[in-house]
Design a protein around this ligand. Sequence first.
Ligand code: IGP
Length: 272
Amino acid sequence: MNILEKIIARKQIEISESKKHKSVSALENESLFSRKTISLATALRSASSPQIISEFKRKSPSKGIINDQVLPENVTSDYVNAGAVGLSVLTDTDFFGGSFDDFLKARQANPGIPMLRKDFIVDEYQLYEAKSIGADIILLIAACLKPSEIAALSQKAHQLGLEVLLEVHNAEELEQSIGDHIDIVGVNNRNLKTFETSIETSVSLSELIPASFVKISESGLKDADTIVKLYQHGYKGFLIGETFMKTANPGAALADLQQDLTQHSNLNPLVL
Ligand SMILES: O=P(O)(O)OC[C@@H](O)[C@@H](O)c1c[nH]c2ccccc12
């Protein structure tokens, strides 16, 4: 069993436990469930420069503990103050050290910014959970789901007012998974089964993503040069966690990157 299979197997157990403690109707009665969501796709589409989606991630299977000294409400507020276009907060506990509590603290501290519930969504119940904690966007990972599951979950997400980020790692996943209820296509530069990370993943897939989709690049992003290169390949958003979280002050690390980006001259996206 590879790490992804282990994560999904654990997720299924968690979901069946959660369903025993909190029904869908109880989730629907949570105060945040009726909150109007904010569109990340709109913010990305209207931007005329590279936009950073900053992630709060304490640990990961590939890197172990990254940072367990900082608080989500502080880090995410600093991210917003440093110009993040959106926030991504891990809610998986066992493998990434995240939690609903982290998400809720980040949500409470930053009411007006699009927030992604970063987790392994495999069941419709998790969409209700996401809405109940105030998420704006959910992630559907093509490596974990059949095309039919992606179609059903993305349609349900839209019915709940959630935006859908489809994450792909290769051309086959992209071609099989794109559909009507996908708002943003994210290319994960990291292979979730082997942890191998390559920016070339985003470069090679860029022209396969239909122009009608907002596209973002995720994982292994460290510097302005790489971001500008991918921006020139049509990526509008860049999802970054470790580069910021491994520092004592993730918000300051984002501010430094923003500074580097503003100093870049050739910020004109290539017309491919
Ligand atoms: O920490 P990085 O290399 O900047 O990567 C951030 C983000 O892309 C990564 O955490 C991620 C991308 N897709 C995921 C799916 C599940 C968990 C985590 C992820």
